[in-house]
Design a protein around this ligand. Sequence first.
Ligand SMILES: Cc1ncc(COP(=O)(O)O)c(C=O)c1O
Length: 400
Amino acid sequence: VTEEGGRPATRAVHAGERQEMPRRPATVPVFQTAPFLFADVADLERAFSDPSLAGLYSRYSNPTVRAVEEKLAALEGAEDAVAFSSGMAALAGIFAALLRSGDLLLASRELYGGTHSLLGWLRERHPEVAVERAPAGELAAAVAAAPRPPALVLVETPSNPLLFCCDLAELAAACRARGDREAAAAGGRRPLLVVDSTFASPVLSTPLALGADLVMHSATKYLGGHSDVTAGLVAGSAERLAPVRQAARLLGGCLDPHAAFLVGRGMKTLVLRVERQSATAARLAAILGGHRRVERVHYPGLDPVGRRQMSAGGGMLSFRLADRAAAAAFLDRLRLFQLVPSLGGVESGAMAPALSSHRGLLPAERQEAGITDGLIRLSVGIEDADDLEGDLLQALEGAA
Ligand SMILES: Cc1ncc(COP(=O)(O)O)c(C=O)c1O
């Protein structure tokens, strides 16, 4: 009995499965397979002794996933990148890989709500790791002043949802200086700087060039860009990434090949989308800044650090209306901007963080974090800028 012979049940499984490719396909196909097949035992020996573990098992490595890893590494100017099933899995993988018992993790206070929750969870379940926070603007000083050197420093820039821009060159210098001090004293480790660059995307800023050790993205946002996939990516040097890749393989938060295909396809138009989104967002930020109902606009293009560190202001902005009733009236009147708890897609979206990502905080905690009830976050898409402007202006008329 051969593979394609045999009875119907055998033929149903094996017929047609041996497709050779006469030519290279125009795009990386979806390699929707968990294992890869060994030609013989010598091939098996070769596969297991190859440190890349390519062509073995998709939790270790998969060509469709590898394509997006290489694309991000190329965009970030990094040696390598590792894909995860979500941005949260990427952060969890970084923590699992790089933190040990007794370590200090120093994080900025301005973080995505889910990252806040992950840090809270870490603190509660793993008290052997200390978690401290400092305002992003004071993080460099906190690195210098911490009673012991942090093992990891985590910052999100621009931050979600207030678009705070942290000076990465200054923070990286503070990590290096602290490392030099420790090395001179007791051979201690240099704090590793991890940057969540989801809002900037590699189009607007490349944190590794500014001295960061690892840069991570929720690829669900700008990299995928079409609100149809959940994914995370981390880039850095091969040395820094090796334990992160090991954590990805062991914890199993790997990216599915079909999801990887969508991320890779999205990334091909990343530059075009972000350039267009930035241009429209800059225009909307200026209009909102002059509107009588708007109390304040937060936009990296209006911030000195953002202007220095990013090549354009990006597609995210937030602004303050008077109160919760004004925010609700504004959101309910929007026609083009969708009421959506995500960002970075081709479609424009709006959200009130007090009603969504920061809902779980106490009112005093929200106040401290600057998340007022009237705060609105916009994710500007690639629609016609005049249409988007018209939608905002008509919705603001209702936000009395
Ligand atoms: C800045 C930032 N980091 C991380 C995440 C988490 O990413 P994911 O939803 O892909 O797990 C998000 C999600 O909104 C985010 O905005």
